[in-house]
Unconditional design. Structure first.
Length: 303
């Protein structure tokens, strides 16, 4: 049953005053241990997300409001996205791999190694227009048995990778993060925003993407003022929406924190969805929330 709560918009800059939206925040579901990785399927009008410690992917039907289990066990999944054929791409902590759920429901392993060694625990993922899959690989899933399985790290660090399904190649595009986490491309894909959620960093950096699909730069874009950034997404004006300890923070492309949507629980991740892509879905600790805004998500079909 949907629970309705007052919505609180915190305007920090006049540019956020135009964002606005519903006066209510809706809690769609609240029986998770740690909710993560929302992905919205426009064709089926449903939202899927991870409940990592319970090792399951859940599914909310936008038409009926019903919530059910999409898959369990599921490899202790974290972040998800959708590729250009409408297939679910998942980062799995437990199996230490990136997988794709095919249209017939079968699961294909895309990548689980780099230089012959197991990945740490893939965390978040995005698909570029050229079909390449970019993902982060911190070590949260091997720290303990809570979000995966305790294990030793085989890689020399926590990298951001680019995987090409066309030829099976996997390349480290940057290796100077402590705990790379959420990531998102700018609207023209000339830049890549990457979160470092390590407690000593708690920031977001932005890289330039070269014509060869490598990264340069990596300047500081924003530091988190409440807890830690996690998942990030863009709207159709290039504003960056980041999950944080007190809700969702909205940044202008120039790096200014212009406003917040305050949420009763720590927000882990977010995605735009709905018929007009103007509904912001947020996974937050034990719950999933939504709010309809006056802005729409990035115009990419699979943002």
């Amino acid at each position: 049953m949907v629970e309705t709560l007052p919505a609180t918009f915190e305007v920090l800059d006049e540019r956020f005053a135009r964002v606005g939206g519903d006066a209510r925040l809706e809690r769609l579901y609240s029986d998770c241990r740690w909710a993560e990785g929302p992905a919205y399927f426009a064709a089926g009008r449903y939202l899927s997300w991870s409940d990592i410690p319970n090792d399951r992917i859940l599914r909310w039907d936008e038409i009926t409001g019903a919530v059910g289990v999409f898959r369990s066990p599921a490899g202790y999944p974290n972040g998800h996205t959708i590729d250009h054929e409408g297939r679910l791409v998942s980062c799995e902590h437990g199996t230490r791999r990136v997988t794709r759920t095919e249209l017939d429901g079968s699961v294909s392993v895309l990548v689980d190694q780099f230089h012959g060694k197991r990945l740490n625990s893939p965390n978040d993922v995005v698909v570029r227009r050229d079909g390449t899959i970019w993902f982060t690989d911190p070590s949260y899933g091997i720290h303990s048995d809570y979000e995966g399985f305790a294990a030793d790290r085989e890689q020399d660090g926590c990298h951001v990778y680019r995987f090409d399904p066309a030829d099976g190649s996997c390349v480290s595009v940057t290796d100077d993060f402590k705990m790379p986490n959420g990531l998102a491309f700018s609207l023209d894909e000339s830049q890549l925003y990457v979160v470092d959620s390590d407690k000593s960093e708690e920031n977001m950096r932005v890289f330039d993407v070269t014509a060869e699909s490598s990264l340069t730069g990596g300047r500081l874009f924003a530091s988190c003022t409440a807890g830690t950034f996690d998942g990030i997404r863009l709207d159709n004006q290039g504003r960056i929406w980041a999950s944080a300890g007190d809700g969702v923070h909205c940044f202008d492309p120039d790096g200014t924190l212009i406003g917040k949507i305050l949420v009763p629980e720590v927000v882990s991740n977010l995605v735009f969805g709905g018929l007009k892509r103007n509904v912001l879905f947020m996974t937050a600790t034990t719950s999933v929330y939504s709010i309809m805004l006056k802005v729409t998500g990035a115009p990419l079909l699979f943002a």
